[in-house]
Write a protein that binds this ligand. Structure first.
Ligand SMILES: [Mg+2]
Length: 189
């Protein structure tokens, strides 16, 4: 399985729900856009490393909504402190899915530390996240997405990118439609 296969399963399992999805910068966003575009997908066009942080903030702001952030191993390695914040806030409506292909996929598949000795499942546990799992095949990923509502799910994949076009939405439109669907209902005074 490469990242695209994992994203297809995420879209199949969560796409028709009202889950708010944050997609990591670069190819993860482009691939998800190609697989299943929806208003409740937020495609990061900048801010490498911050998918997990954006997802956490959103989950804390909207405890009534399920939030799923898709991140990569390179980005989590860049913003590892986010795992400690997630552990200490531990909202029960927030699932961080780390697609770990051992490579900086969007910049040419240069290897990351997880291709060596670093284990992001152990890092998440060490940070204090209580609900952590790791899967490496499609059936286990489907099962975890059915049963795991929060915490950190590491999905081990092979490196590799699908050739996909650029996202045809402009940044202002991405944030506008996402805010419309993720904002709490306004209260009349
Ligand atoms: Mg990667």
């Amino acid at each position: 399985m490469i990242r695209y296969g994992a994203l297809e399963i995420l879209a199949e399992k969560e796409g028709d729900k009202d889950t708010l999805i944050i997609a990591n910068i670069g190819l993860p966003s482009k691939e998800l856009y190609e697989i299943y575009d929806r208003k409740a997908n937020f495609y990061m066009l900048g801010s490498m490393g911050l998918s997990s942080s954006i997802g956490l903030g959103l989950a804390l702001a909207r405890p009534d909504r399920k939030v799923l952030a898709i991140d990569g191993d390179g980005s989590v390695l860049m913003n590892m402190g986010s795992l400690a914040t997630i552990a200490n806030q531990h909202p029960d409506n927030y699932l961080l899915v780390i697609i770990d292909n051992g490579a900086y996929g969007s910049t040419g598949n240069q290897i990351t530390a997880t291709a060596g000795l670093t284990d992001l499942k152990e890092v998440a546990l060490g940070a204090g996240v209580r609900n952590v799992a790791m899967v490496s095949d499609k059936s286990d990923l489907k099962e975890k997405l059915d049963t795991m509502d929060n915490g950190v799910l590491v999905v081990k994949t092979e490196p590799g990118n699908k050739k996909v076009p650029v996202i045809k939405l402009c940044p202002a439109d991405i944030i506008k439609r996402f805010m419309e669907i993720s904002s709490p209902p306004s209260h009349s005074r």
